[in-house]
Design a binder for this molecule. Structure first.
Ligand SMILES: [Zn+2]
Length: 169
């Protein structure tokens, strides 16, 4: 378990941390910019996800609230699966011959343009490849943290009672 936790922590830190800042705009207090830091917390109860560690596994996945990994799961794959735990979809399709796309909700409530999601993923070196689209690709985009901006915005609006707006920069 310690080995798996170390690999996961290293993957999450190197691929997700220091990538995004949240810009919070308050009509009364002005603008504040804060870094987004991802930190998994391992608990015995009240978990959001169960980390199921297999001795060997062909394919890691997040299904419902179970994250299937193995002793050999790489740092990168831990980071990709953690992306799913944060609510991100695969930016590729599971079905051959079907031209799927992915759209994200922006913090302003509108939908993003459609992102191509080809069968089996993109070439990691493709211009539009990301950590959610291509095996081994380390590119992350602001859209990968928009759901955090949306959640923070809703929380601040509810707590403060003003039209706070958040964005990812
Ligand atoms: Zn995935």
């Amino acid at each position: 378990m310690e080995l798996v936790k170390q690999n996961a922590e290293r993957g999450i830190t190197s691929h997700w941390n220091n990538k995004f800042k949240i810009e919070i705009k308050d009509p009364q207090c002005g603008t504040k910019v804060l870094p987004i830091v991802y930190k998994p917390v391992y608990v015995e109860s009240g978990e959001h996800y169960v980390l199921k560690v297999h001795k060997k596994s062909d394919r890691e996945q997040v299904f419902e609230n179970v994250v299937d990994v193995s002793l050999g799961t790489t740092d990168w794959t831990h980071a990709h699966e953690f992306g799913h735990c944060c609510g991100l979809p695969d930016e590729y399709s599971y079905t051959d011959g079907v031209d799927e796309t992915v759209k994200y909700y922006k913090p302003d409530g509108t939908l993003s343009e459609a992102i191509s999601a080809p069968f089996d993923g993109k070439d990691p070196k493709a211009a539009d490849a990301t950590i959610m689209a291509a095996y081994g690709c380390t590119i992350v985009k602001p859209r990968h943290a928009w759901n955090i901006a949306i959640e923070v915005q809703e929380l601040l609006r509810a707590k403060i009672g003003r039209k706070i707006t958040c964005d990812i920069i």
